[in-house]
Structure formats: C-alpha cells, structure tokens
Design a protein around this ligand. Structure first.
Ligand SMILES: [Zn+2]
Length: 393
C-alpha cells in the first residue's frame, strides 16, 4: 500500500519568556545577517559551502552558542539569499538582503517537544532550559507524530514555537471519486452513485459582514494606531471564523467521500481559474481562502486514507458532462446543452465534470455519454439532484 507523508505546522504559545531569550534573538539575527552578507559578497548559494567557509570563525566568536544554531542560521541565510536572487532577477529586490525578523530556526538538536507535559526543552548558550506552553485542543492529535523543524518567533503577543509535525499514512487505491466544486457560497459534491450534495457555507455573508465592519471603522476613526489595531483585530477574527468553517466543511466532505476512497479537486494553480475566483470573490482574501480550504481537505482526507487528486479546472463549468458539448446559459444558474438537451445547475455541472476528469486521470474509462442511471432522460432538475442539503451557520 502506498504511503504518504502529512506535514502540518502546530503553534505553541510560551507561558513566559525566559531571561536571556531576547539576547538569543538578537545574537541569532546578527549571525544570520553576517551569513547573508557573506553569501551575497561571495555569491554562495550552497548551504554546505556557506557552513564550511564560515563555521570556524563563528565558532570562535560565539563559543557559548550551541553549534546547531550556526547550522540553522546557515540554512536560513541560504534560503534568504536564494529568494533575494530570484526577486532581483525579476527586478523586485533592493540592493542587498537584510534579515530583520525576530525568528530563530531550530532543528531537533536544539529543542525537544513534550506534548504530554506541555513543555519544550530548549538549548541555549550555557544551558538547556524547560519552558511551558499554553495547551490547545488541537495539539492532542499530534501525540504520535514525528517532530521536525521548528521556528521560535517573537511577536507583540508573545513568543511562539511553530513546529512542523509529520506522519506517514497509508492511502488506499480509490474505488471511485467524489468530485468537489468549491464556490464562494457553496460546496457541491458529485458522488459516484449519481447523487449530488450541496453544502451552503454562508461564506459570502461572513465576508460581507466583516467588510462592512471594516468600512465603518475606516469612516469613523481617523487614521492612526487605534484604527490600525481595530482593523487588524477584525481581520484576525474573520480569518479565524473562516478557518473554523473550513474545518467543519472539510470534515463533512471527507466523511462523505470516505467509503469511495477518492476526492477530486480543481488544481487552482492554473491561472485562468484564479482570475475567475478573484472576480467572484471581489478580491478579498480569496487566494488565501481557496488554498487554505483545499489544504485542509487534503490532509484530513489523507489522515483517513482517502486519496486526493487535482484535475485541470479549464471549462469544468461550461462543458456538457454527458456529451462534451458547449453549454449555454438557460436562466440565472442553469446551463443547457443544445446538443443533447442535458440541463443542470452550474454547480452540479462543475462537480460532475471534476469527478469525470478524475476518473479519466486515474485511467478508468468512462464513456462521457453515459450519465449516472439516476439522472435518466438527460434532464436534471434542481429537486432531483440535491439529495442532502446541509447548512452551516
Ligand atoms: Zn450534451
């Protein structure tokens, strides 16, 4: 059975900032900046070369610092310099890269996470210290996961440890695929048994609500610190609320797909579709939204052994799933095929085509002219297709 790796980042807020941590942040930043300058002046893009050429000197200058801080600083410097070179090629970068963030990269020698006791041990100059973090409910699911890299991040809200956790899962051969069409206000699923499920998300109302709140703040409060803080606060609340919605939605989708073993989503790296979404979503947070929802569906599916495939999104909502002809609008949401007479809601067409594409991709031969038995007659009315209608507030 093929296995796949799931990687997620968990966030741990430290209960207190130990003495000397500020010093560690500034020392680390100093070292990363030294390394970036070295890489810049000598055009070094290889981590190994950078480490080899600078290690001895740095070791001498920072004798108390555990050596792995020098390794991760080299990793960060290499990554920063490489992305700087990329941006410079596009004419977007300034004269030289500088690292200003309060971030320390940690590898497995520098920290040890103890989920049970809600503590983390951190190697610092001179000694190893134990720190407590605030427990969160979602931390519990990571109990038997493998701990990878981490980042210690200082923010105005406190110091956080962001840890990459991974787990191997076995993903079975899918028996069939559920086609999933993600839209701003609904998610439509085409099930292999010929049924369609539409989940109304109310996402547009949530977004509009926050949009109006933000506009009110902008009108009432003059530019300044307070306005910025309020806008940030509501921005976070909106993200949290959407995040919560996406988790519920993803759970439902995976639950419906579990017995078939496969989920098909649109590959949204394709530019055309992103443009369509951006117009539909009025440009607000859309990019974050779709990627986020898709990634949540993907890892939740893998955790239950469900395969996720990504299909080409071109024309999924404008071609007839039965005969492949070009559909024409017939009313506000309904599309009709002039060729074979098939008629259905736009979202039904979208999810249906996504499912068919996944089958083709997987090498299952499905004659496009054989619609699921339940549809009969080629004509599908709204009432026939929405077997389940769930609403999330
Ligand atoms: Zn047709």
């Amino acid at each position: 059975m093929p296995s796949e790796t799931i990687k997620l980042t968990a966030r741990f807020k430290l209960k207190e900032t130990p003495e000397g941590l500020d010093g560690l942040f500034s020392t680390y930043r100093e070292i990363v900046n030294f390394l970036i300058t070295y890489a810049f002046e000598n055009n070094v893009t290889s981590f190994y070369r950078l480490k080899k050429e600078t290690y001895k000197g740095l070791r001498k200058e920072y004798p108390e610092l555990p050596s792995h801080y020098l390794y991760t600083a080299c990793q960060m410097a290499t990554a920063i310099f490489k992305s700087f070179r990329k941006r410079r090629k596009k004419g977007k970068a300034k004269d030289r890269p500088v690292f200003k963030k309060e971030v320390i990269m940690l590898d497995d020698h520098l920290f040890k996470l103890d989920l049970e006791n809600k503590t983390v041990k951190l190697s610092t100059p001179n000694r190893r210290i134990q720190l407590e973090f605030y427990p969160a409910k979602y931390h519990e699911k990571f109990k038997d996961w493998k701990v990878g890299q981490a980042w210690l991040v200082k923010t105005p809200k406190g110091v956080f440890l962001n840890v990459v956790l991974s787990r191997e899962v076995e993903v079975k051969e899918p028996k069939a695929f559920v086609g999933v069409d993600l839209n701003e206000n609904n998610v439509t699923l085409a099930l292999p048994n010929g049924e369609f499920v539409q989940i109304i998300t109310h996402e547009r109302e949530v977004r509009t609500g926050y949009f109006l709140k933000r506009r009110k703040i902008q009108q009432k409060i003059r530019a300044g610190k307070k306005r910025k803080e309020l806008l940030e606060k509501y921005g976070w609340r909106e993200k949290n609320r959407l995040n919560d919605l996406y988790h519920k939605l993803a759970n439902k989708i995976v639950e419906l797909a579990e017995k078939y073993g496969g989920i098909a989503l649109e590959d949204l790296t394709e530019i055309r579709k992103s443009i369509r979404y951006s117009a539909e979503m009025n440009g607000r947070l859309h990019r974050w939204s779709f990627r986020k929802l898709q990634s949540i569906i993907e890892y939740k599916a893998k955790l239950r052994g469900v395969r996720v495939v990504f299909v080409n999104p071109a024309f999924t909502s404008s071609l007839c799933p039965v005969c492949g002809g070009k559909l024409s609008p017939n009313g506000r949401r309904v599309l009709k095929c002039p060729n074979c007479g098939f008629e259905a809601d736009r979202d039904v067409v979208g999810s249906w085509n996504i499912r068919l594409r996944a089958l083709k991709m997987w090498g299952v031969s499905v004659p496009p002219e054989s619609p699921p038995m339940k549809m009969g007659g080629g004509k599908v009315s709204r009432n026939d297709v929405y077997k389940l209608y769930t609403s999330y507030g």
